[in-house]
Design a binder for this molecule. Structure first.
Ligand code: CTP
Ligand code: CA
Length: 231
């Protein structure tokens, strides 16, 4: 009901969003993941839809319902998320990378369930896992931004310390116009959040609020910034 009275600032815009954790297989029944619940990314998808955008949500494993009117594509690994983003990026006005993408994957996953070795605790050694780095989805898409500034790329960063310094450095390293920093590392799984927006002018703090409120503020900030770009 609230949404019906909000201006449709994103009408006619196509927005691609990643959300949730990724899951990197060790064997057919085990893997490496992280504590991202997907709540922030799903709130951003909902807010973008409420604002009139055509929204595609590429989601790692979560326990959340699909926001109304949003096209959702489920993936597990970072590589699958990269492939899905590549398949859907053409024609998008905005790309918002909210997913907590695993930085590494297991190079040598087993095709069969790994069995314990005999000998019990103490002596027996665990499986010999090797890791390699996953593709950086956000940096890959940011590198493709056209001269007109599309897709307008937005990143998220959860830093455990020195957020103001690391956030601004990360925005520049990723080559993106806007980075959203989470203050503190208590956001995972929570309903509330506090965020900082970093852009070329500096930073702005959005005080603690429910994730949906912050998501609506973020969508409004993005809409102001893309209206300055020429299409
Ligand atoms: N990201 C991505 N693909 C990756 C890693 C990160 O798209 N393989 C995106 C995230 O969705 C987020 C942003 O990049 O929007 C920042 O993620 P973060 O983990 O904070 O940055 P990293 O570059 O991975 O640096 P580090 O984890 O070492 O701090
Ligand atoms: Ca990372």
């Amino acid at each position: 009901i609230v949404a019906a009275f909000q201006p449709k600032v994103m009408a006619g815009k196509r927005i691609l969003i990643t959300a949730g954790p990724t899951f990197e297989a060790i064997d057919p029944v085990r893997g490496i993941t992280n504590l991202s619940s997907g709540k922030m990314g799903y709130a951003v998808a909902r807010a973008a839809r409420e604002a009139g955008a055509d929204v595609t949500l590429i989601s790692g494993p979560t326990a959340l319902p699909t926001p109304h009117g949003v096209a959702r594509i489920d993936v597990q690994s970072a590589q699958q998320m990269m492939d899905a983003v590549n398949r859907h990026i053409d024609g998008q006005h905005v790309f918002i990378a909210v997913a907590a993408v695993a930085d590494w994957r297991v190079v040598n996953p087993s095709t069969q369930k790994v069995k314990k070795t005999e000998g019990g605790a103490g002596g027996a050694k665990g499986p010999d896992l090797q890791f390699e780095q996953n593709p950086d989805i956000l940096a890959t898409i940011a590198a493709r931004t056209t001269l007109a500034g599309y897709p307008y790329c937005v990143g998220f960063a959860a830093e455990s310390e020195n957020l103001l310094e690391y956030g601004s450095a990360k925005r520049e390293r990723k080559g993106i116009p806007l980075l959203v920093g989470n203050i503190g590392h208590h956001t995972f799984g929570q309903d509330d959040n506090t965020i900082v927006l970093f852009d070329e002018h500096g930073h702005t703090i959005l005080p603690q609020a429910p994730k949906l409120t912050l998501a609506r503020q973020l969508i409004s900030e993005i809409s102001k910034r893309i209206s300055k770009h020429s299409l």
